[in-house]
Design a protein around this ligand. Structure first.
Ligand SMILES: [Zn+2]
Length: 171
């Protein structure tokens, strides 16, 4: 079974006033992602949100500006893509959605064998989540109009690398 993974579509990355805004171009992924959400929901396939959620003194802030602090506006999912009540939100503190989270358990429980990746940033959290999915023998699909990166070159490189190295299907 397929599951849609929506990665880090939160205010701090997608809103122009967000702490680590990925850029106006990245907002173009919102409408196609909204369509994917509708399709998965219609087909009763699981939708899982992966959301950065840091403590105010997280070590990650030595490399990045403070962002996605748990409980803040910046850590909230953008209003365009709000989850439904029964959909799972998996908080994470590092790039990979699998690192110190219950994502794998949630996927196995639901009988998921294929993860369909969407969200930001293609070369950071999306690619690292793809890597950990690959190591756990999940099949990977990346919807290329539903992933974005503040760096266009890294975006293209990440798509190519996920295809070649993690056998991701880029659709
Ligand atoms: Zn972070």
């Amino acid at each position: 079974m397929k599951a849609l993974l929506v990665i880090d579509m939160i205010n701090d990355f997608l809103a122009p006033e967000g702490a680590l805004f990925c850029g106006e171009a990245v907002r173009a992924i919102i409408p196609p992602l909204k369509e994917k959400l509708a399709r998965f929901r219609k087909e009763n396939l699981p939708v899982i949100y992966l959301c950065d959620q840091h403590s105010p003194n997280d070590e990650e802030f030595s490399a990045f500006p403070v962002h996605a602090v748990a409980g803040s506006w910046g850590a909230e999912i953008i209003p365009e893509l709000l989850p439904l009540e029964h959909e799972v939100i998996v908080p994470k503190t590092r790039f990979s959605g699998f690192f110190r989270t219950r994502l794998e358990e949630v996927l196995r429980e639901k009988g998921v064998d294929t993860v369909c990746l969407t969200g930001v940033c293609t070369s950071i959290c999306v690619m690292d989540t793809a890597a950990d999915a690959f190591f756990r023998n999940f099949k990977i699909i990346v919807y290329k109009d539903c992933v974005g990166d503040f760096d266009e070159e890294m975006h293209r490189f990440a798509l190519k690398r996920m295809e070649r190295i993690y056998k991701a299907e880029i659709l």
